[in-house]
Design a protein. Structure first.
Length: 349
């Protein structure tokens, strides 16, 4: 059994930053994630999509953000346990927790911090004859390598940001792009919708109002997509690749069985410690809910800082946790493994 201060469930951007905040306070942590690589949904769904609201970074890609966060937490020697989920959490001796995973890994920790984003999730799939054998070959629910669509005839189904973003990106490299959505009303950013219509007017892509009801294929090779319009007529659209972006099914998975106070698929927390209804279990990022909650990476970073202080206080009951600054604190410099530029500075707190 691995003994540590904290087990963090989720290795997305908020989970990674949680390692940093704990590390500044001298706490050791281990990261668990069901995915094979760190980054969570941020990297899984849109690795190349630009992000503009990270402080100090006017613009960065999702993959770049994850790489920067991994570099930032490197001084704290994070331990990753990937491709496994938490299957059991029990209260052990001295109010510590015993955590077990699907891979048989066991932990003895003082606190558990859930940073699981939307939780376990899976895409809303196309249900029609023959689709299963096409998945990963000519039917896709996410884009891992945009280059494979170069020179291809594409049908993209969906009316949200993901569908519009990929349509606008892939139109630059594909032979043809046909966007299919059930109505003229989109859930995407207005600027993206306007640009899509402009490209249609320039005959660089096409928009079809309707829904995908079938496919023509030979083994794993897609030949055409059948689209039914509002009048009930079915159009046969020739295509080599079909991308379906109908959103996700968010599921808490095993977390739903931990006895936490839930609001649908989200975990209720307080806004002082970001602790759940179970003392010692915390939740940060998109997986939690509280009055005024905003689902932003920035908000998750703030929640991680307060959760770290709460965990420190849990480990040292009755002892005030001092606030120290990375610019001036020798202890912080030691933990970060950096040399202070001005040795004469003293702690500000």
């Amino acid at each position: 059994m691995i003994k540590t201060d904290v087990v963090i469930v989720g290795a997305g951007p908020v989970g990674l930053f949680q390692v940093f905040e704990l590390g500044l306070l001298g706490l050791k942590s281990h990261l668990l994630d069901s995915m094979a690589l760190p980054g969570g949904q941020c990297v899984e769904l849109y690795p190349d999509k630009p992000i503009y609201d990270i402080p100090g970074l006017p613009m960065c890609g999702a993959q770049e953000l994850i790489e920067r966060l991994q570099e930032q937490i490197r001084p704290f020697e994070p331990q990753y346990h990937l491709s496994q989920t938490v299957t059991q959490v029990q209260v052990g001796a001295n109010d510590r927790f015993e955590v077990a995973t699907s891979a048989g890994t066991e932990f003895d920790c003082a606190a558990v911090i859930i940073a699981g984003g939307l939780g376990a999730f899976e895409p809303r799939r196309l249900h029609t004859h023959g689709v299963t054998q096409l998945e990963g070959a000519s039917l896709h629910y996410r884009v891992r390598e945009p280059a494979i669509f170069a020179g291809k005839d594409l049908v993209i189904a969906g009316g949200g940001d993901t569908a519009l973003d990929w349509a606008l990106n892939l139109v630059e490299i594909a032979n043809s792009v046909v966007l299919v959505h059930r109505s003229q009303k989109f859930r995407a950013a207005p600027a993206s919708v306007n640009r899509m219509h402009a490209l249609c007017n320039d005959l660089r892509m096409q928009f079809l109002e309707g829904e995908v009801v079938g496919i023509d294929h030979a083994d794993t090779e897609l030949n055409a997509v059948r689209v039914r319009n509002r009048a009930g007529l079915i159009n046969r659209v020739e295509a080599e690749q079909l991308l379906v972006f109908w959103g996700l099914h968010p599921k808490l998975g095993p977390i739903a069985q931990w006895g936490l106070d839930l609001d649908r698929s989200q975990i209720r927390v307080d806004t002082e410690k970001f602790q759940t209804s179970v003392p010692g279990i915390f939740a940060v990022g998109d997986i939690n809910t509280y009055p005024g909650k905003k689902k932003l990476i920035l908000s998750g970073f703030h929640e991680s800082a307060l959760a770290a202080f709460a965990v420190k206080a849990r480990l040292q009951p009755g002892i005030k946790v001092p606030l120290q600054y990375t610019t001036t604190s020798p202890i912080m410099h030691q933990r970060l493994k950096v040399e202070p530029e001005c040795s004469g500075l003293v702690d500000a707190a």
